[in-house]
Design a protein around this ligand. Structure first.
Ligand SMILES: Cc1cc2nc3c(=O)[nH]c(=O)nc-3n(C[C@H](O)[C@H](O)[C@H](O)COP(=O)(O)O)c2cc1C
Length: 255
């Protein structure tokens, strides 16, 4: 089915949609926009740009949501807030409210994906959180091949029962076909989490376990062809930082 529906009554042939279409899917015919047969990315640029509201996207919920430019957030404030975020490893017992979880997921859903694939899966561990952590703790502690390979880490860290999730109330595993897409989605979610007063730990150790343990992958129900890219451990911070940390000098060059 054609994913784009153009209302010819409303269309004024301004060509804005044609010029902004990334895949040359649209053209002007008899003074009106026309959709081709194949090649639509379903990115919604035509829908978003049309001054007449003449475009509908099939199979999408086309609610009229107003654009809020990022320029509404003062860039100095945004930069200082980005620099102020810290990895959180100490959480309070307070549960994360469902509305806040939804906002984080919505931020992830709206992150860019290559070719607009939107192929990122967000798995809330929920009732399986304890079991998932137990599997990981076992992997790190027991005399498995992995434990040998992880000796450098396990010697440095005390593998407690809550080593992976630090007693946080919420864990969201982000997976996808593309690591870049899933990574970008995670970053969007982290920024939203911070703006909601929440803290995040990316548990790279957990991701490591998903690469090794079939049992863990089965528990998570990750579809074939998808890889676990991040594991976001989320909750209210039990710590407060007083200043922004220093960083190594910027590594950049202009060619
Ligand atoms: C992809 C990724 C994986 C990480 N995995 C872990 C982890 O498994 N355990 C942990 O304690 N910290 C983990 N971290 C946190 C980093 O150690 C942390 O970002 C770094 O120490 C700098 O601190 P900051 O995030 O507060 O600037 C991870 C961070 C990233 C980006």
């Amino acid at each position: 089915m054609n994913p784009i529906l153009i209302n010819k009554e409303k269309c004024i042939g301004c060509e804005l949609c044609v010029k902004d279409c990334p895949s040359s899917y649209l053209h002007i015919e008899n003074g009106k926009a026309h959709a081709g047969d194949v090649g639509c990315l379903e990115c919604g640029h035509c829908y978003a740009i049309c001054p007449q509201g003449a475009i509908r996207m099939m199979n999408y919920d086309c609610t009229e949501e107003a654009v809020v430019p990022m320029t509404e957030i003062p860039s100095d404030t945004l930069l200082a807030a980005m620099k102020s975020r810290r990895t959180i490893r100490q959480f309070t017992d307070q549960a994360v409210e469902p509305e806040k979880i939804q906002k984080m997921l919505e931020a992830g859903r709206y992150s860019p994906t290559g070719g607009n694939s939107q192929n990122v899966l967000f798995t809330i561990l929920g009732s399986k959180q304890k079991k998932a952590e137990e599997i990981c703790v076992d992997l790190f502690r027991k005399g498995t091949d992995l434990a040998e390979r992880l000796k450098a880490f396990s010697d440095r860290f005390n593998i407690t029962d809550n080593f992976f999730f630090k007693g946080a109330p919420l864990v969201i595993v982000v997976s996808g076909r593309s690591s870049v897409d899933a990574g970008l989605a995670s970053s969007y979610m982290e920024i939203m989490a911070e703006s909601l007063g929440l803290g995040v730990l990316y548990s790279g150790f957990f991701v490591m376990c998903t690469k090794i343990s079939r049992k863990l992958r089965k528990l998570l129900g990750i579809p074939k062809g998808q890889k676990v890219v991040t594991c976001m451990v989320i909750g209210y911070p039990a710590v407060k930082y007083q200043r922004i940390v220093p960083r190594k000098p910027l590594s950049s060059k202009t060619l």
